[in-house]
Design a protein around this ligand. Sequence first.
Ligand SMILES: Cc1cc2nc3c(=O)[nH]c(=O)nc-3n(C[C@H](O)[C@H](O)[C@H](O)COP(=O)(O)O)c2cc1C
Length: 334
Amino acid sequence: MADTIKIGKVTVSRTAALAPMAGVADRAYRLMCKRYGAAYVVSEMVSAKGICYSDRKTAALCTVTDEERPMAVQLFGSEPEFMAEAVKIVLEYEPDIIDINMGCPVPKVVNTGAGSALMRDVPLAAKITEAAVKAAGDVPVTVKHRAGWHYGEPNAVEMAKALENSGAAAIAVHGRSRDQYYSGESHNDIIRDVKQAVKIPVIGNGDVTDADSCVRMYEETGCDLVMIGRGSYGNPFIFDEIDARMNGREYVPPTLEEKMRVMLEHIRLILQLSEKNEEMAMHEARKHAAWYMNGYYGSAKFRGRCYLLSSYAEAEALAEEFIQLQKSRNDNNL
Ligand SMILES: Cc1cc2nc3c(=O)[nH]c(=O)nc-3n(C[C@H](O)[C@H](O)[C@H](O)COP(=O)(O)O)c2cc1C
């Protein structure tokens, strides 16, 4: 058995967690990752202010099903009062953990003073955390932030120490600065510095794409848990691969047939959980289908065709055609 860690009162396996990803890691996605062994999942970010003004999307974004546990609901906001109020509302959905987003780089969020903008105002970040911790009672509050605002000027250590003092139960650090957005190198040394500076668990995040890079993240940073975002695109198997490595179990990668079967399972889940009709819900499924087809002969063309899918039957037929293409290529030794 792999080790476990404690985030407040919550026990989490020390394998790999699914990162919050707005527009990607919805319930269907989280369930697929859970089925393949994700140790912990986080919701898409939800606006604290939006919740307070009873945004109609609140229930869809905050609902936690038992199959997803342990799960955090992630909030973003820049005002301690709204954050506290939002935490109280979110508690009705009984999340295991409440996470605060202090890493989002997009102007729409940053211009409201939330997300990674809080890395430029550590005292306010601390006040927001304090307010959330007070409102959350015995539900642990964690914060996810970046290396810093400007590249080359990391302040993740200062930030993490302040948040620990404010009562945060764990910190997740994405080793990029705000101005790097999602490209360039993610810095494991900054995550290591944070780990050495605080006593609460540190979750390392950035560019983990397989068991090797996961082990590297653990070894280079000493972090307590690894968190994976884009490496899970069309690849929930990554959690099984890491679970196998951490537990000394042999890992057998999925065959193409298995991948296509799982892709169709994922699409069925999207259709089942969506409130939209099949055609509209297939719009949500398209990018996922394309990701499952990555990395094979003829992928580019097939990925393009995924973006035209408008029914489950079409997805099934496309998966079969894709399998046949790879088979005929193998048969012809191409
Ligand atoms: C499409 C997308 C949406 C994201 N949405 C969120 C979010 O809602 N909250 C958050 O804290 N981080 C969000 N992130 C950042 C990821 O959680 C993660 O920190 C980042 O992708 C780096 O990890 P990776 O290299 O494993 O992808 C998002 C990233 C992507 C690519």
